[in-house]
Design a protein around this ligand. Structure first.
Ligand code: NDP
Length: 250
């Protein structure tokens, strides 16, 4: 039996990388998916791809920093598919790497707003819709950076993603009694456009590969399988955790 039959899922960051792979996997597992990102043509192509294999998908382009966009994604899920069971809040940016001294305050805010404030805003609208269904599963994409390993030049990114783990723990405690599970997923270096920006020379690729015990990057489909685990009943007694899918970073 499919793992997400009769479930409705919002996935942000679906135009690319981990979100794109997760949208396909969740839809193949029976979920009706509501896809978010800023680039409409990429979302249109993904909706088409999912419908071609018999899946159910709709999309809405927008910026995850916007409260009205967070609310509109939930309205779309409820309006088109009758409710919301799963949210994979995955959209994110690294921001321009640089030391704290070099980093402009505007860059700091852009990264924190995109990666962390978006999660707060998303949860604010997603949780009431899940409560109306008697529960649900919410996952935030964090990272190993700033959790298992400090990487120079990544202060805003690491702070925003570590903040997601705190948000995860608090939301899990606040809504566990009402059946909403909340978890963070911490991928290691993954072969996506974001990951490729840090591995585009033989030296930088070797550096990132060597951070991992498995000595390679993850494929986005591998991270999508961890997201599926957290979204599905396979993890029904799991909440408030930071699940490492980092290939062994120490
Ligand atoms: P990609 O760059 O491939 O995907 C990022 C996604 O986020 C895109 O779909 C992008 O869509 C979306 N996005 C970015 N900013 C916004 C915004 N303001 N509003 C709406 N959507 C936005 O990267 P990954 O798939 O690798 O990244 C997915 C998540 O995984 C991120 O949160 C990232 O931090 C995390 N991660 C990635 C790792 C890696 O090595 N790749 C390692 C650990 C964690 P669009 O541009 O169309 O808006």
């Amino acid at each position: 039996m499919s793992q997400l039959s009769n479930k409705v899922a919002i996935i942000t960051g679906a135009s690319s990388g981990i979100g794109h792979a997760s949208a396909i996997l969740f839809a193949r597992e029976g979920a009706s998916v509501v896809l978010g990102a800023r680039r409409q043509p990429e979302l249109d192509a993904l909706v088409e791809e999912i419908r071609e294999f018999g899946g159910q998908a709709v999309s809405l382009a927008g910026d995850v920093k916007s409260e009205s966009y967070a609310s509109a994604l939930v309205e779309l899920a409820v309006g088109r598919f009758g409710g919301l069971d799963i949210a994979f809040n995955n959209a994110g940016i690294t921001g321009a790497p640089g030391s704290v001294q070099e980093m402009a305050l505007t860059q700091w805010h852009e990264t924190l707003d995109t990666n962390l404030t978006s999660a707060f805003v998303g949860a604010k609208y997603q949780i009431p819709a899940m409560l109306a269904r008697g529960g649900g599963s919410l996952t935030f994409t964090s990272t190993f950076v700033g959790h298992t390993l400090g990487l120079p030049g990544m202060a805003a990114y690491a702070a925003s993603k570590a903040g997601l783990i705190g948000l995860t723990q608090v939301l899990a405690a606040e809504y566990g009694a009402q059946g909403v599970r909340v978890n963070a997923l911490l991928p290691g270096g993954t072969d996506t456009p974001m990951g490729q920006a840090f591995t585009n020379t033989p030296e930088s690729l070797a550096f990132v590969q060597n951070m991992h015990a498995l000595k390679r990057l993850a494929q986005p489909e591998e991270i999508a399988r961890s997201a599926l685990y957290l979204a599905s009943d396979a993890s029904s007694f799991t909440t408030g955790i930071a699940l490492l899918a980092d290939g062994g970073v120490s």
